[in-house]
Ligand binder design. Structure first.
Ligand code: SF4
Ligand code: SF4
Length: 167
């Protein structure tokens, strides 16, 4: 499916996940980078050496999840918008996905949004809990989106709610 549509299926996603124990410990990066292309800014952006050095610039990134704190610096530096941070520990029912966002205007904290999956299909709602947009991110904001925990591997983007008719 991935080669035909560019959309990863659950198996593609599972194959790139840190193990279950690490997922339970807190925020961690996940890479949805599937094509061998000459690209490696993720490696240079990680301040903790959690992304293994590329032997060949065409190689796919490899994460040492024990070193990763989920800081999301690599998320903002990936030109392919292929890295996300997921956090299963946010609350009892909700997890947070930290995702790259390059649209304007930025969403506001506490805003309710429509959650979208890898193919752009609506899969429920989510709530913005933080927006990080520092100068060193080169206009790629990191949006923290809270969703039901069982949707953390499904949700990869969101769209704004349309304004209600009565404004
Ligand atoms: S989330 Fe932070 S610590 Fe983890 S790989 Fe990315 S830059 Fe490194
Ligand atoms: S920067 Fe992004 S697209 Fe490039 S190798 Fe790293 S994860 Fe893949």
């Amino acid at each position: 499916m991935l080669e035909e549509t560019g959309i990863p299926d659950r198996e593609d996603i599972q194959n790139n996940l840190p193990d279950e124990e690490r997922l339970k410990e807190g925020p961690v990066a996940i890479f949805e980078c599937y094509q061998e292309i000459p690209c490696d800014p993720c490696y240079y952006s990680c301040p903790l050496g959690a992304i293994k050095e590329f032997e060949d610039i065409n190689n796919l990134p490899e994460l040492d999840s024990d070193k990763c704190t989920g800081c999301a610096q690599c998320v903002a530096n990936c030109p392919g918008l292929a890295i996300f941070v997921i956090d299963y520990t946010y609350s009892e029912d909700e997890g947070v996905i930290r995702l790259p966002y390059e649209f304007s205007p930025l969403p506001a904290v506490d805003e309710q949004v429509i959650a979208l999956d890898h193919s752009g299909e609506e899969v429920g709602t989510g709530r913005i809990v933080r927006v990080v947009n520092n100068e060193n991110q080169d206009k790629t904001a990191i949006v923290w989106l809270a969703v039901d925990k069982d949707k953390l591997l499904t949700v990869r983007h969101f769209k704004r709610m349309e304004e209600s008719a009565d404004g």
